[in-house]
Write a protein that binds this ligand. Sequence first.
Ligand code: G3I
Length: 354
Amino acid sequence: VIPDTKPLKDAMPFPLGAATYQRFTTGGPGEVLSRHFDQVTPENYMKPEAWYTADRSFVTSNPEADALMDWAKSTGGRVYGHVLAWHSQIPGWFFQNDQGGALTSSDADKAVLRGRLKAHIDNIAKYFADRYGPYGSAGNPLTAWDVVNEVIADSTSASSNGMRTSNWYNVLGEGFVDDAFRFADEAFNHTYAAPGSARPVSLFINEYGTEGGDNASSKLQRYYDLVTRLLAREVPVDGVGHQFHVSLNTPVGNLDLALKKFEALPVVQAVTEFDVATGFPATERLLIRQGTYVGQAFDIFRAHDANKDLYSVTVWGLADLGSWRYYEGAPLLFDDYYQPKWAYAGAIGAPIPA
Ligand code: G3I
């Protein structure tokens, strides 16, 4: 048994988030969530598909989303929204014309898709402002969004300039990223923002695989190049997110390299989806190694915060049993029964057995 000696959040110089669901905000799991975390990300229920009924209309209520906002409001925590524009978990009709055929890159089809993107973002911004008040006001705990997610190609591709050839990209080109940020900035930081509040909602780009090393053909380099292009075009990007879905085989120094890469740019950074798979099944030996790894990772994150570089660090789930990587081996800080693991001890800087 690893003793729960202090709240994780008290050991962090930055807000500590967990990806979660309504059902983990109350009861026993809710106690763990509230004791240890001061930020939440909706693991699935603010994704594009969560906002539409079968007849394609925008939902009148999203109870899962509201529950996270209510948790944050009552605990003094924050909500980090995930995700406005993604190629996955989005209704197919977004990319279809009225006849059910695929939208093309014609000017007319481009206008259709841009219109849908703008309406989608506006409706979400309005949804929370109607219920919780304007962004930047005391009752509204939503402070950040992943505006776009996973837009970088997994391998080098000359034809798409390093971009993933998603449905968004195929119709709109790289400009869909610019559009998404501009629409989000207008909606969350102007139209539905409290008067006098300065950019209450931080707008992030988010990506996986940035822990793969830093070299000319790395995903990290393609990501950096895109962010540089966005900034040059004065796209309102506030932050750069690193998912960091890693395993014990990922050199922990690569997390440092990924964060260092962006340090000189005028952006903050976030670790958005951290988890560390041990291999399945997780033995005590592997769980101890995981504790050491998590300790080293959080030391890296704390070091980066020295210059206020880190907006937050989020773990992708509360307890192992609910993790999307359960069968890759116990990736989180609490076990199947919500008890602290060596990974918890590592995160607070407590000693781990050799
Ligand atoms: O809700 C349905 C349920 O009704 C149904 O019975 C069940 C049967 O399969 O599926 C349930 O939906 C699942 C959903 O999670 C909720 O648990 C989906 O099948 C499943 O695909 C979905 O997986 C999510 C995945 O994104 C989908 O892309 C994971 O929970 C979620 O952790 C994961 O999160 C992503 C981030 O958004 C982006 N970065 C990578 C990360 C991990 O893949």
